[in-house]
Design a protein around this ligand. Sequence first.
Ligand code: PMP
Length: 442
Amino acid sequence: MTDARSIAPNDLRAFWMPFTANRQFKSNPRMFVAAQDMHYTTQDGRQVLDGTAGLWCCNAGHGRPKITEAIRQQAGELDYAPAFQMGHPKAFELANRLVDIAPEGIDHVFYTNSGSESVDTALKIAIAYHRARGEGTRTRLIGRERGYHGVNFGGISVGGIVANRKHYGTLLTGVDHLPHTHQPDLNAFTRGQPQHGEDLADELERLVALHDASTIAAVIVEPMAGSTGVLIPPKGYLKRLREITKKHGILLIFDEVITGFGRLGSPFAAQHYDVLPDMMTTAKGLTNGVIPMGAVLCTSDIHDAFMTGPENMIELFHGYTYSGNPMAAAAGIATLDTYAEDGLLTRAAELAPYWEDALHSLKGLPHVIDIRNTGLIGGIELEPIAGAPTKRAFQAFLDCYDRGVLVRTTGDIIALSPPLIIEKSHIDTLVGTIADVLKQLD
Ligand code: PMP
């Protein structure tokens, strides 16, 4: 067995790391070898406070015994079962448990292995749903600028990040984008939801007028856009989007890959913002990030549209070898148990005022041009270095890591999403370290 602590630098060549500056990393690697609760342990034995819940996924913190034990047991009992025409009880149990915590009206679960797969699955379901109901002309999809919906072809087509799109040709056709909701001139340093921007949802009416509603299948948005820098939905915006989609028979998909499982203080953002979408895409916190798993959650209206054909027909010709994988399902159930036992699905709501005050105490420090927060999420936007965008925030990430704190950067924004088990003392350390780093940053 390879001991991670003994990896020599020249062993790093084969792994082509995702979303990583590979050459920079391999000249100065940052390795984690263990994790427990709020902390990672580095290869050189340092403790690093996790300010990002891994990658917005370890909501219950690290090394949770119930989850670890469930995986261990499941591996010994039933390691794999085919997902096609066969089942196993835990996949059904987890689906019921998910529906129990989902908003009223969301009743069915389709399993995937990641957020990206959940997004492409939801887009396919949306188009097939209209077809199943005799509205096969509804094929157009609408995403949003600065949206992130994973890296598969559907997701990058509806997504709105140029770097994720520009290398890959024509992508899906028949896709439009709503404008993003980030208006720093009007909303900078807002605590919680911005006042300005509800009217940006009306841009959907413009697209409906251009294409006609009979050609549009679905709108997909992140209720709160995380990966592009923590863009909080303006007050009234999501409700308005719901009204317009409903009026025109267009499905509304919330990408809850980040916002699901307690991040905003409710199980899902749909409950937090009191808006019921037709589908929700999830992943990450579904298994506390421990085993790859995603899921699309949908209404009975969508599910039932597929259940009306002949009995011997496969209703949705879609799925993955690992859909509802036994170990992932076991991890999912144990994760939901852990969230329930520790009250984690609502804990962000309790801590939000303290979190908000802590974050906004950074206002006035060098380079800080905006601070945004909701639930246990924070975004600190820095003035970019002229001609070298992203460099300043990346340096802040490196400096925080050197001082024992893990943050994430996207563009020139420091994004925070700590495990929901965080204590006030950890918040003080996290924000205090960022303050120290900002004070000495070029
Ligand atoms: N959608 C959203 C909103 C996300 O934040 C992410 C991942 N950050 C994804 C989709 C993609 O998830 P994955 O990396 O599991 O494919």
